[in-house]
Design a protein around this ligand. Structure first.
Ligand SMILES: Nc1ncnc2c1ncn2[C@@H]1O[C@H](COP(=O)(O)OP(=O)(O)OP(=O)(O)O)[C@@H](O)[C@H]1O
Length: 208
């Protein structure tokens, strides 16, 4: 489902960062761990087609990302990939429910209220659906970021430090939710984390 080979990247004036080859099958989980600054987020951005690789290639469900135009890549990502970022990408002028609705609308043109309510409930956001996102706490924003990454039932879930701002109760809820969503949708799940609470739940790990 997700394979990388001989992948490397270099930021302007930075040295080349090389990455291990991975082969992630449908429904498989993988943790990416390693010290700060080693290139974990860069690896995720390359696999999600948010950065072009310097060398090597990424294939997702048989599509080689380098072969897509930027527009095709945006559409492909919107359809197949769920991204959970360290920094949130919300529309600040909209409330929580409308951010979720917008993510359902593009590109799948869905308006599945049951799905929105179910995810909001699982992530403890039900009573905040009509709040502006700027009125949410850090932890609530992180949980909304997780809902946005999952709402369209992506085939592949990439999550960058999804539990960094969460207390133990919400961390456990998020781990359960990620596992369950991956199980139900047979999605591949790749998580970058330093969080020992997450690491103890996933055996398959690669260290950068
Ligand atoms: N936009 C950028 N321009 C230049 N250098 C960058 C940029 N983003 C990251 N880097 C550098 O590339 C290297 C890898 O960064 P990256 O964010 O991928 O590391 P990381 O392992 O995810 O770190 P952390 O665990 O602290 O989030 C670091 O040395 C970083 O300083």
């Amino acid at each position: 489902m997700v394979t990388t080979s001989n992948l490397s990247y270099a930021y302007q004036n930075g040295k080349e960062i090389t990455f291990p080859d991975i082969d992630l099958t449908p429904g498989e989980h993988l943790l990416v761990i390693g010290p700060s600054g080693v290139g974990k987020t860069t690896f995720l951005y390359l696999m999600a087609g948010l950065l072009p690789s310097l060398k090597g290639k990424v294939s997702i469900s048989g599509t080689t990302l380098n072969s897509l135009t930027r527009r095709q890549m945006d559409r492909f990502r919107g359809e197949h990939i769920g991204l959970i970022f360290q920094q949130y990408h919300f529309i600040k002028s909209l409330n929580v429910a409308d951010n979720l609705k917008l993510r359902q609308h593009f590109p799948k043109n869905s308006n599945d209220k049951t799905r929105r309510n179910q995810l909001a409930d699982r992530l403890g956001l039900s009573e905040h659906l009509h709040k502006k996102v700027t009125a949410l706490s850090q932890g609530q924003q992180q949980r909304l970021g997780i809902a946005l990454g999952l709402i369209h039932r992506p085939q592949i879930i990439f999550a960058d430090e999804p539990t960094s701002n969460l207390d133990d109760v919400n961390c456990a809820k998020v781990i359960d939710l990620l596992k369950e969503e991956a199980e139900i949708c047979k999605s591949s799940l790749l998580i970058i984390t330093h969080d020992l609470r997450v690491m103890s739940h996933f055996k398959n790990q690669v260290t950068l």
